[in-house]
Design a protein around this ligand. Sequence first.
Ligand SMILES: Cc1ncc(COP(=O)(O)O)c(C=O)c1O
Length: 380
Amino acid sequence: MTQPFDFDQIVDRHGSDSLKWGIYPPEILPMWVADMDFTSPPEVLTALHQRIDHGVFGYALATQKVTDSVVNWLQQRYDWTIDPQWLVWLPGLVPALHAACLSYTEADQEVVTFSPVYPPFLSAPKTCQRPHRDIPLTRDHGRYTFDLQRFDDQLTDKSRLLLLCHPHNPVGRAFEKQELTALAEQCIKHNLIICSDEIHCDLVLNHTRHIPFACLSEEIAQRTVTLMSAAKTFNIAGLNCGFAIIPNPTLRRQFNHAAQGMIPHPNALGYTATQAAFTQAEPWRQALLEYLRGNRDYLLKEINQRLPMLTMEPVEATYLAWINVSALEDYRPAFFEQAGLGFSAGEPFGDNRFMRLNFGCPRSTLEEAMLRLEQAISPR
Ligand SMILES: Cc1ncc(COP(=O)(O)O)c(C=O)c1O
């Protein structure tokens, strides 16, 4: 039986500690940073209340229970059997992207990315003072995919680490097995280590199954660091808890060495929430996916019918829409802000012709956003 979860309910985040809402004045509807305007699953809230009632918040460690919750989740969801020893707990995945750059490349070795992509992928190599080679995604039948010919042509013996976003933020692709396998072959050919950020893997909206990159073969598992977290799916990003899965002991040791003293332990409440989410909140997740599919379909229809000067990429995963706004006379972020809309500008992702819209919100919020957008851009 489906549980009655109310994703239509408006939770007022004004005046809370919300980054998404806090940077704008009240007249702007924020639809940028990737968290959702929904309360977390009731089971997660109950577990957090119990943990708070305990009253002592000293340094935390990953208990057997939270470790088991991850192991079982990966087994059930992805048929991926992991050894608990492969787990490295993290307070966030962005620090892990940086630790990967530092651990797996020498100063003259290249970090490779596919753009457009979540901005820290593009900034991490620079921050870590590593050369960066970007291979733009290409189009196949109207969908973004890897340009493996260009990848093969442009990589050199200095290319060492691929930062892969899978599923992909912002283009919304849930990559298919044959695309992943072809990419994996290239990674082996060029002797790359892969850091596969799979934070959105539990948010696949089309009815396909996510394939962790490390599951493609044993050879790939041995050269892949997978980053995951319950943060996006269960809306607990502010609780700072995620993990890396690193089957290869040498890669694990190198990663831990780079993280030592730099990357703190996860938050105690983050462990609690992660465990409750992975063990009790699957019905909530299923209901969420259904709601997000409805939001995505509504958005697509609105854009096709009411706002045909915009084009939206097919969203196969995530709650983020990547929208081409370049047909508008003015598509600077300030233009949308004047219309009362706080979108993510495309430029930091590597393509300023687009903007990213976060539809992880009640339908009525999305409807209001479409109204404002129409009023701002339709000829009067
Ligand atoms: C692909 C990707 N990786 C990482 C993050 C952020 O992860 P964290 O908050 O764990 O650092 C995001 C957030 O939007 C993301 O989209």
